[in-house]
Design a protein around this ligand. Structure first.
Ligand code: BG6
Length: 308
């Protein structure tokens, strides 16, 4: 990595004691944010939030011990940005799963300290000759991250082409939990979903979600908050969203974890993904000049036995 690039980033976007850029594993550049309310780290590789911790709380996001940090590889954990398609490409299985921006290097375009001491950091990525080989459209994508005791993420996609395009994607958030056997997720009761571990069959969620096996579900037509109830820590993680009518819930369990090189064999016990998604019928069509925002807000709330 180029030390001049790092010095330039710190000079232009660094905020004394609260936002600094340094070299991370594999030479990737990492922004470390710290303020009186919380802290977070963000990799320019993928525009990827690696960690978030409100003050006086445990880390909220999960990051695999086995994650690779190298060119062309997605980081395992944190919040990968999946775009401009979710999961496999709809017609070409040879194209990278979850799109191409999670493995590309993003640029810093803005940073600021807000009146309440929150820190805001904005990164962007645009089309290039490489992206056009995978997706033939001109676009601008920005991730706008605000860190306080709450983590707010806005993913703004703009069509800078002269014809419309349609895309999908996700803020593929991995959460740190005490144990997959003891958490439940509330918020999706009564919601229809496609069960990816049962040939994509359409089912309806009865009651809260609990985990006893590999779980990979696309919840349809929902704008609901999801709440991870973790009585052992104890805490609740509330995930709220805008610009998304799809929520994906994923845990690979034992066999699938065993097949992934960047995922420890036992790590499935300590993580769950609740993904703020645009997928299936909920893909976004943008006319030239238009912007769509996918937004996710993550906060920790006290856990109470009565769930109120
Ligand atoms: C989830 C998908 O969003 O991401 C799963 O629903 C997939 O099917 C998982 O296995 C991880 O994907 P990847 O490409 O990061 O291994």
């Amino acid at each position: 990595m180029n030390t001049t690039e790092l010095a330039n980033l710190n000079e232009k976007y660094g905020i004394h004691d609260q936002l600094t850029f340094s070299e991370g594993p594999g030479g990737i550049i990492i922004a470390a944010i710290r303020n009186p309310h919380g802290e977070a780290t963000v990799a320019l590789h993928g525009g990827h939030i690696l960690s978030f911790k409100p003050r006086d709380h445990d880390p909220v996001l999960w990051l695999s011990q086995k994650s690779q940090f190298k060119t062309g590889k997605a980081i395992r954990g944190g919040i990968p940005v999946c775009w401009p398609w979710f999961a496999d490409h709809p017609t070409d299985i040879d194209k990278p799963a979850h799109g191409f921006v999670r493995t590309a290097v993003w640029s810093v375009i803005e940073s600021e300290r807000l009146a309440d001491d929150s820190i805001r950091l904005k990164l962007s990525i645009a089309d290039s000759e490489d992206t056009k080989k995978l997706w033939p459209h001109r676009f601008k994508l920005e991730i706008d991250i605000t860190v306080s005791d709450v983590l707010r993420i806005k993913l703004n996609a703009t069509n800078i082409d002269d014809k419309p395009f349609t895309y999908g994607g996700a803020l593929h958030s991995y959460f740190s939990i005490s144990s997959i056997a003891s958490i439940i997720i509330n918020g999706l009761e009564g919601c229809a979903y496609l069960d990816k571990v049962d040939q994509g069959r359409r089912k309806v969620q009865e009651g809260a979600i609990s985990f006893k096996q590999e779980t990979d579900r696309i919840y349809l037509d929902t704008t609901a908050d999801c709440i991870i109830e973790d009585s052992d820590i104890p805490r609740r993680i509330r995930i709220s969203k805008k610009g998304s009518r799809t929520t994906v819930v994923w845990n690979p369990w034992i066999a699938k974890a065993g097949k992934m090189k960047d995922f420890g064999d036992d790590e499935y016990k300590r993580m769950v993904c609740v993904e703020t998604t645009n997928a299936d019928a909920d893909v976004i069509s943008l006319a030239p000049g238009d912007t769509h925002t996918l937004e996710s807000t993550i906060r920790v709330e006290p856990w109470t036995r009565n769930n109120d």
